[in-house]
Design a protein around this ligand. Structure first.
Ligand code: SF4
Length: 744
């Protein structure tokens, strides 16, 4: 681990430093032979899908190295050969392990066998699979109601595992199926369903090569979707203009040195964003309101599209006229002239506009309204359902979209529930279940008593860390299906289980699973590496054996029979989930297949069969005088809550994570030297939350804004501070006060 220090941020991403970093992680953690084999199978046709983000693979040719630095880090972490078994857990108590960092946890190796933590015990101990499933059965059967159980899913679970998991929960009698999507693109799904009738993006990779203008909003692709930079470079190369909308200056939006092109190898970057709008935190709704106002003013509205396909335009147009520019400028932090220039840029071509976004938009109180505003801009331009144009929420977890398609959702629509009930011949509950934030409250106040997670790191991914920890500790049982040790295994119920599963890169007895990427492509994923331990089970096998232990075979469901051969499972998916006709045959074609997306065909599966404009009052979360708006974010050495290292190369950070980025003038106004220690406090109706002694780092961002890494800063986010409608934690706009650290 490098010494804590900070330098000037980079102005370009990738290049040879990314190659060096990738190889250091892969060969350092997995070894040369296993690491090389892993990289050669990663994202290859017939190989396995990257367990990190959900950026799609090219439809046709795939490069030998079809991965990015962060894909390499993810596979390095998963492909570690050393395993944690009874000796490791005998040597490390829960308290010892809690004292270690998340980065240290990831470095220890793979979980090697099932582990049990008995009530009042201080150490995990080894247990057999049978005994582990028996404990799950005992606890679930002892519940007063199925709704006292929570079945959580992380976006890494394959389609096959996710389908079995939701069927298990529903056969058990509950819709308590929270997932990581509740914390990431739930706001996108809700807004898009209301606007255009589908909760997913409407573009493909090819559309990027036909676009005139690409907006990247509230997203840092250089770290969170790195292969997207190749697509952006190709689009810019074909004449598209990239416009970045982000409070922070991010290297991956400024320039890209393609490590597989000579120019990039020589360190010469392709400039990406030709316009960089450093909007204030949560100023995006105002920016798009202004953009729409400017576009209408210059007559850029596609009247025929609006007439034939949309509803609500007149009301929206009146709202635009009534919205003063002064308010737009004040709330967005962007000048009228810059917004009007952007409108001219967009209207100047064939209005082939693609807007991409991620958590910088979805984790705000008004996130749904903001994303509806973006949809409004696309509807008034007719920039949807034609080449080079559309909406692109970029998913952060490899199969989070697939899990939702498989039924991992606490509010699945009736047609799905009815189809499942018919196929499985078991009663399926209709009462909506708990999402992630509801689950935290339910565990905290005792309405939920058993928490079972299919992957993930719930305690670290969720807001209000102290409150969530108390909620998990309030459970009778916490049980985690996982590949690596993480902090959620240490923040446990009265009893706890860790059930180690195969990684996506590992062989699974000749069986392959499937995933769905951000653009709705379903493809196969088959592991190539020898499993790290002979005690590991695949996720579908674990779910099937757990369900069998709890329920036995019920209705038409033969749990083990279904898991034995995933083609059988896919036949059930085909029967229940629309768009999976001939699933087993089509998924065996190279590259898999696209799921239908009606909005791409300008068919609107909305209640009124129209695309809908929204006319929401303009809104932005503002901090009181003298306070700051803090957003949480990832470092470059991190994927979600998995911390691979302590560097954040593009932002000039080495060897530390206890930092807060602030505008240099704000540091001076606070009387803090660069690197000086500060205390941060957030206030909520139920009290204060503190993050003390962090280092203040000057960064190019608007005044009054602050940014810190999660999971560390999650302690500042009240569980009740959520996005309206989607209930997504509003982790990107937290009002805080900042002072020189006490005692200094
Ligand atoms: S862009 Fe995402 S999916 Fe692709 S290799 Fe990188 S982390 Fe993996």
């Amino acid at each position: 681990m490098s010494e804590p220090r900070f330098t000037a941020p980079k102005e370009q991403a990738a290049g040879i430093p990314a190659v060096v970093s990738s190889l250091q992680h892969v060969f350092g953690k997995a070894g040369v032979a296993r690491g090389t084999k892993a990289l050669l199978g990663l994202n290859q046709a017939g190989g396995f899908d990257c367990p990190s983000c959900a950026w799609p693979d090219p439809d046709g040719h795939r490069a030998v190295a079809e991965f990015c630095e962060n894909g390499a880090k993810a596979i390095a972490s998963e492909a570690m050969p050393q395993t944690l078994g009874r000796e490791f857990f005998a040597a490390h108590s829960i308290a010892d392990l809690m004292a270690q960092s998340d980065a240290w946890h990831d470095l220890q190796g793979r979980l090697g066998g099932p582990m049990l933590l008995r009530e009042n015990a201080t150490h995990y101990e080894a247990i057999t699979w049978e005994d582990a499933f028996a404990i799950v059965a005992e606890e679930l059967r002892a519940l007063g109601s199925p709704d006292e159980a929570v079945f959580y899913t992380s976006g890494r679970a394959s389609n096959e595992a996710a389908f079995l998991w939701q069927m298990f929960a529903r056969a058990f009698g509950t819709n308590n199926l929270p997932d990581c999507s509740n914390m990431c693109h739930e706001s996108s799904g809700l807004a898009l369903k209301e606007a255009v009738g589908v909760g997913k993006g409407t573009v493909t990779l090819d559309d990027f090569l036909e676009a005139d203008v690409i907006l990247c909003v509230g997203q840092n692709p250089g770290t969170n979707h790195p292969r997207m930079l190749s697509t952006l470079e190709a689009a810019v190369g074909k004449g598209a203009r990239l416009v970045a909308v982000n409070p922070l200056k991010e290297a991956g939006l400024l320039g890209f040195a393609h490590p597989q092109h000579l120019r990039g190898i020589l360190g010469k970057a392709t400039p990406l964003a030709s316009t960089y709008l450093q909007v204030r935190v949560n100023g995006d709704m105002a920016l798009f309101r202004g953009l729409a106002k400017a576009l209408v003013t210059i007559g850029a509205a596609d009247e025929s599209f609006i007439r034939d396909h949309a509803i609500g335009y007149e009301e929206y147009r009146s709202l635009l006229e009534a919205t003063p520019w002064a308010e737009i400028e004040e709330l967005s932090g962007i000048g009228r002239d810059e917004i009007e220039d952007l409108a001219l840029l967009i209207a100047g071509g064939e209005r082939r506009l693609i807007t991409c976004w991620a958590m910088g938009l979805t984790q705000h109180r008004n996130a749904v309204a903001t994303i509806r505003e973006i949809a409004n801009v696309h509807l008034l331009l007719g920039a949807i359902g034609r080449p080079g144009a559309g909406l692109c929420p970029v998913r952060g977890h490899s199969n989070v979209q697939g899990d939702r398609t498989m039924g991992i959702y606490e509010k699945m629509p009736e047609p799905f529930l009815a189809a499942l009930e018919k196929q499985a011949d078991v009663p399926v509950p209709r009462k909506h279940g708990f999402d992630t934030v509801d689950s935290i409250h339910a565990m905290h106040d005792g309405r939920a008593k058993v928490f079972i997670a299919l992957g993930g790191n719930f305690a670290q991914a969720t807001p209000d860390s102290a409150y969530t920890a108390a909620a998990l500790r309030n459970c009778r049982l916490t049980c985690h299906v996982a590949t690596k040790l993480n902090r959620s295994h240490l923040i446990h119920g009265r009893r706890a289980l860790i059930l180690p599963c195969l990684g996506r890169s590992e062989r699974d007895g000749g069986r392959f699973v499937t995933t769905e990427n951000s653009m709705g492509v379903v493809q196969s994923s088959e592991g190539k590496l020898a499993p790290a331990s002979d005690q590991l089970l695949s996720e579908p096998d674990i779910v099937a054996r757990m369900a069998e232990a709890v329920l036995g075979d019920v209705g038409n469901i033969r749990w083990r029979w279904l898991a034995e051969d995933y083609d059988r499972l896919r036949t059930w998916i085909e029967a229940v989930v629309p768009g999976f006709e001939d699933f087993n045959a089509r998924v065996r074609r190279p590259g898999g297949f696209y799921l239908p997306n009606a909005a791409k065909e300008r068919v609107w599966n909305t209640p009124n069969s129209k695309a809908n404009f929204s006319a929401a009052p303009l809104d932005a979360f503002r901090a009181a005088e003298g306070r700051f708006l803090l957003q949480t974010l990832r470092s470059h050495d991190q994927f979600n809550t998995t911390v691979y290292g302590l560097d954040d190369r593009y932002r000039g950070i080495s060897g530390m994570r206890d930092i807060v980025f602030l505008n240099a003038e704000d540091l001076a106004a606070l009387g803090v030297k660069p690197g000086g220690r500060i205390d941060i406090t957030s206030r909520w109706h139920d009290g204060e939350r503190h993050l003390n002694g962090f280092r203040a780092i000057p960064y190019d961002m608007p005044r009054g804004m602050a940014a810190a890494y999660f999971p560390e800063a999650n302690v500042l986010v009240p569980a009740g501070h959520v996005a309206e409608g989607s209930n997504t934690p509003a982790s990107k706009s937290i009002e805080v006060s900042i002072h020189v650290a006490a005692g200094l």
